[in-house]
Ligand binder design. Structure first.
Ligand code: KG4
Ligand code: ZN
Length: 345
């Protein structure tokens, strides 16, 4: 089966052709264009500009993704598209292309939840079996989910305020690092002293595996306002902040494991923040010392990409989930648990 997938929910325009056959799954093409240039001057993603850039870029990316896949459009079995959650102007651009293709080619259409795309990526990249503990950490979300089966998502904990990626981005901006902030801060942190500043770890003393990053962000902001920010201090703040996030992730993962209803043996980290090597290392170490397998999708499948959307549609098709109606409405907010099968409590 061949799936053509489209992702436009934030600042990456991405189109992919994914193939699934009985013994093989392959990404035949994945073309992703990031909008760094469009948003750089503003130090953050501007929704209106993002939507316009998707509109400008989507056609050439579509042509490139089809050409690279070597697949004739008529051989495609279904169209998959991110239908939310995300910045609605961008989502609409992808959904309109998907609906047009579905009508023109008479192919079924699958409106996919972006979070489900992240949640299932490791099954595409690593063949991970259910159940597993998922730490989904991106620019808009930070949550622990026990993934028990197809559309059986048990939410164990989540951020009560900011997402981890958002916190990376805001601190990078305060420190005048490049845009986008997350990867820029990681590069700087390598040269800093992670022990120079002692930042707080909100919710450390509660049993639930929830997160709160706004207090950490404010503590770092106050330190930046208080300190004379020479080059080395900026590097040390970056390193100390990243170190603190690592400690929070490790400690919260242990709490999440205790909350799992089944004995899970695998931890999957997904979402843009999972591209961070320091955080991967911390969780790798933690899993090793607790006899768990740690799984990290490759970097280009951690950040937003259409291949994960194609794969989520393949899982839906294999589980006989019905396609979306042609008049389905994209949703700016769409919790992962809303997808759960009725039989799953
Ligand atoms: O999953 P994603 O590409 O988009 C959303 O669905 O939000 O995640 C983007 C987030 C951004 O906040 C970005 O700064 C963060 O992931 N990110 C990173 C790294 N690469 C991306 N954060 C920390 N270290 C990185 N290397
Ligand atoms: Zn994402």
């Amino acid at each position: 089966m061949y799936i053509l997938a489209i992702e436009t929910s934030c600042d990456e325009t991405s189109i992919s052709v994914v193939q699934d056959s009985p013994n093989n799954k392959r990404i035949l093409s994945l073309v992703t264009r990031s909008q760094v240039k469009e948003h750089q001057a503003y130090g953050g993603v501007v929704p209106e500009l993002a939507a316009r850039a998707h509109l400008t870029n989507i056609e050439p990316i579509f042509a490139q993704a089809i050409a690279q896949s070597g697949v004739d459009l008529n051989t495609i079995d279904a169209i998959a598209v991110t239908a939310g959650p995300g910045l609605i102007g961008g989502v609409l651009v992808g959904v309109m292309l998907a609906k047009s293709l579905s009508i023109a080619l008479s192919k079924p259409l699958y409106g996919i939840n972006h979070l489900e795309g992240h949640a299932l990526t490791a099954r595409l990249s690593h063949n991970v079996a259910y159940p597993y503990l998922l730490l989904l950490t991106s620019g808009g979300h930070c949550m622990f989910v026990e993934v028990l089966g197809f559309r059986q998502y048990k939410l164990l904990g989540q951020t009560l305020d900011d997402a981890a990626g958002e916190c990376f981005d805001k601190i990078a901006k305060l420190l005048d690092f490049d845009f986008p902030g997350g990867p820029a801060l990681e590069k700087k942190a390598v040269h800093g002293n992670p022990n120079r500043f002692n930042f707080p770890k909100p919710l450390e003393h509660t049993p639930q595996p929830n997160f709160s990053f706004s207090g950490l962000k404010t503590a770092v902001k106050l330190e930046i306002e208080r300190s004379t920010i020479d080059d080395q201090t900026a590097l040390d703040i970056a390193a100390s902040f990243q170190f603190t996030v690592g400690e929070i992730f490790a400690e919260r993962t242990l709490k999440a494991l205790k909350c799992c209803s089944h004995k899970v043996q695998r931890l999957v980290m997904a979402g843009g923040v999972a591209a961070n090597q320091h955080l991967r290392g911390v969780l790798q170490q933690l899993c090793k010392s607790h006899g768990l397998e740690a799984i990290f999708p490759p970097m280009d499948l951690c950040t937003d990409n259409a291949a994960m959307i194609g794969w989520a549609a393949i899982e839906a098709i294999k589980n006989a989930a019905p396609p979306s109606a042609i008049d389905f409405q994209p949703q700016p907010r769409w919790p992962l648990q809303d997808l759960n099968q009725p039989s799953f409590i």
